[in-house]
Design a protein around this ligand. Structure first.
Ligand SMILES: [Zn+2]
Length: 305
């Protein structure tokens, strides 16, 4: 289905296809030098003829400041989620001291999991089954298209914040190391009132004999190397840098500034060591001191963690 044109000239160039999110409430990133799997599949790859052709939502287009939501059903525009998502760029760029992005993200919101999965199987055959994806899709002679695919469900708010964080970062940075990309998305996926604290991650890390190893995380380049513990640790390092004090925060800010112009500024750990002495011990101490967010009432963002 042809989609309505978006604002032109506002998409940022992206180098790779990135596909994100794992059903275990973490997220997975798949990077390719080229994106053959992101191209529309030919007819023989379509679902069986007995099933209606898979199409992306497009009956309605809800245009917001930095994203367009495509959907085939009526949406309650007064839902607080919209205001939260509207505030996300300011939250992300403000906290990270990055310039705003002009990129427009296309968000395809399916009404059911079945329709979403059928579409993804048909169009992105090579991607593993995930509950949401962010894909930077190369276009001939132009900036890449930023697309998010997901479906209505209890996880929606968390997933949208997570995927939109990836999209926002990719609009302003040359490259984002895998662990840092997921750590930042894991931080900003949380409702703003939680101030970046993921109580499930915090509890799991405190209960385990957690031995931080950022050097190990920084070596990862393939999504298969990141499992749930690695997503937790990535979140923890980001929380340390953003919430333990000015020295650690400056390390992250400086590193992100470097990533604006240099896709490979080297490892972050030595910078953190210069600032904190023993970053691993600092992280353990920080996690012991973090206050879990107070339980709130109904929250759509809690999701099936
Ligand atoms: Zn992610």
């Amino acid at each position: 289905m042809p989609l309505p044109p978006l604002r032109s000239g506002s998409r940022q160039a992206l180098a790779a296809l990135a596909a994100l999110f794992g059903a275990f409430a973490g997220c997975e990133t798949v990077r390719h030098d080229t994106a053959p799997s992101a191209q529309p599949r030919s007819a023989e790859a379509a679902p069986a003829p007995a099933i209606a052709p898979a199409t992306s939502p497009g009956k309605h287009a809800t245009r917001r400041d930095y994203y367009v939501l495509y959907h085939d059903f009526e949406l309650d525009k007064s839902d607080p989620l919209f205001a939260e998502l509207d505030a996300l760029p300011e939250q992300v760029f403000g906290e990270l001291k990055l310039p705003p992005s002009n990129a427009i993200v296309q968000v395809f919101l399916f009404d059911t999991q079945e329709r979403y999965e059928r579409y993804m199987r048909a169009k992105y055959r090579n991607l593993p089954n995930r509950r949401a994806y962010f894909i930077a899709e190369p276009r001939a002679g132009g900036a890449d298209e930023l697309k998010i695919f997901t479906w209505m469900g209890d996880h929606l708010a968390t997933d949208l914040r997570h995927e939109l964080t990836h999209a926002l970062l990719r609009g302003v940075l040359k490259e984002v190391p895998l662990w840092l990309d997921e750590g930042l998305a894991g931080y900003f996926e949380l409702p703003p009132a939680q101030d970046g604290v993921n109580p499930q991650h915090l509890d799991a890390l405190r209960r385990s004999a957690f031995q931080p190893d950022l050097a190990r995380l920084e070596k990862f380049t393939q999504v298969a190397q990141m499992e749930k513990p690695e997503y937790r640790e990535a979140w923890a390092w980001v929380h340390l840098m953003l919430r333990s004090g000015p020295n650690a925060k400056k390390v992250l800010h400086d590193y992100l500034q470097a990533l604006r112009t240099d896709p490979n500024p080297g490892p972050l750990l030595p910078r953190l060591r210069d600032a904190l002495g023993e970053p691993e011990q600092a992280l353990v101490d920080h996690l012991a001191s973090v206050e879990p967010p107070k339980p709130r009432g109904r929250s759509r963002a809690a999701g099936p963690k």
